[in-house]
Design a protein around this ligand. Sequence first.
Ligand code: PAF
Length: 282
Amino acid sequence: MIKVITTIEEMKKIIKDEKAQGKSIGFVPTMGYLHDGHISLVKRAKAENDVVVVSIFVNPTQFGVNEDYDVYPRDLEGDKARSEEGGAQYIFHPTVEEMYPYGYQTFVEVFGITDKLCGASRPGHFRGVTTVVNKLFQIVSPHKAYFGLKDAQQVAVIEKMVRDLNIEIEVVPCPIVRESDGLAMSSRNVNLSETDRQSALVLSKSLFKAKEAIEAGIQDAKAIYLIIEKNISEEVSVHIDYIKIVDFDTLEDVTVIEGRVLIALAAKVGKVRLIDNIIMEA
Ligand code: PAF
């Protein structure tokens, strides 16, 4: 039976005991409302470690004032069942007060790559992410931590933090999991109306068209950008936040598609902000 741990003290003790028995720890940090994308991370963690911990914590410090913290979907019972099915032994589910007690004043910030893409439209977002991930890393102290590449920038930021702060945890990036019609799985998809859910398909479709064009030999980043923009603009209820074609490592814009390139986008569909991307190796 999966165990739900709510205090930092108990979580740390469990990890200490498991490690004392020589067990390796795999960690899947999440904000809950788990979908198959999350479960693919849990299964991978299970395959590569003795013990799997899933954290479920909707982290207030990574949401801006006008963002969706209050309506972010939550379902602990469903998450327990799904995590257990995936092979996890523990869920770490602290309260906000447990993570950020009165007087809390310490933040961890990666500079540079956090100013771009989602960082440009969500100031402070990555500071909240790196702060909470750092805290979770201190508490769970895993050997390996698993992150989905739907948030490719988040993976890059966490990898940078781990390198810069000499954190001895292996970050394992895992592929995007999509619905059968191509929509990238996201906990936020549940907040889409039926018609917005249909409109949102244009995001993955436009990325797939870009992929086809690159595979057909187009290397000009501007031409690829225009293919994506034209496709998305045809859906009136989809409002582009950004479309970026960047070097995967530096997140700097590229003009020619060569090497490892990240094509990432963010858009508002109705009231829901969605992100998606593809990674091309040209
Ligand atoms: O990707 C997420 O769900 C969150 O940003 C994370 C990594 C769990 C930190 O709150």
